[in-house]
Ligand binder design. Sequence first.
Ligand code: NAD
Length: 278
Amino acid sequence: MNMDDFNQPQAQAAQWLRTSQRIVAFTGAGISAESGIPTFRDSDGFWREFPPEQFAHWRGLIRTAFTNPVRLAAFVRAVIEPLSVARPNDGHLALRKLEQHRKLIVVTQNIDGLHQTAGNGCVLEVHGSLSEITSLSGKRRRILTTAQIAHITRRLHRIQRRPFALSRLLLAIRPMLGAGLRGMWRPNVVLFGEGLAEPAWSNAVTAVENCDCLLTIGTSGLVYPAAMLPAKAEASGAKVIHIDPTEGGTGLWLRGNAGAVLPPLIHAAFEADINGVN
Ligand code: NAD
């Protein structure tokens, strides 16, 4: 990229990254949008079809299971199908590159595992992970493989061809409910009204309070308590850079898609001729 194309906020952000030793990337659904996973709140977002009042908490999900299992099956499929085929995009890969230059902790609200697939070594999943199930006590965890998730997707496709009862849905998704394991199990994802995943959340707060620079990427900042992290970083004296197509307030904003903004930013910060950037 020609460094003359770099505007002032981009050059400022590159300089902040270059002069930081401990960086935290705080990511949301937006960083995975270019991998084909819909966000929640954008115009084509998830909540348009599956309103949070019904689908974002256990009470609503259980009620839907009994009153409308066909709709619940559509919801489960809509969540897991894009995740089962998604690959990291240029935004994820740029964060992997950043880790080669600086100590980086990724704090993600996402449940898709794409930061780990991209190769980042320290990823704190504060809203859990779709590729794990947990016992109801939270003490035991098991991995749900991509192959299992793809298999569940195929079963859901199959049963959705005709009307069906709840029992068929439960059968189709049984690996997500710990079939064959002792006790009661559930997907390890944090729903509305639940506490954040631990120890990920406590470690995320510590990381944010001790970083020099926080990058927020693809998050609307509306889901609390995770959304408190940028303010916490600022209060601890860290520089905060926001990357999102929608500008949302004060601070240093780089408007655009993560996959377009991050690679040239990391390149300018660590790989380009520094004199060409400043
Ligand atoms: P959100 O849907 O509230 O907001 C998404 C944000 O991403 C918006 O600000 C939007 O402008 C921005 N965005 C859209 N496309 C982008 C792109 N290409 N590059 C950069 N930014 C882009 O998401 P949220 O703030 O993360 O909160 C919703 C909750 O749902 C979180 O817990 C979230 O992680 C979870 N969720 C996760 C996934 C996933 O695991 N991939 C998908 C949907 C929702």
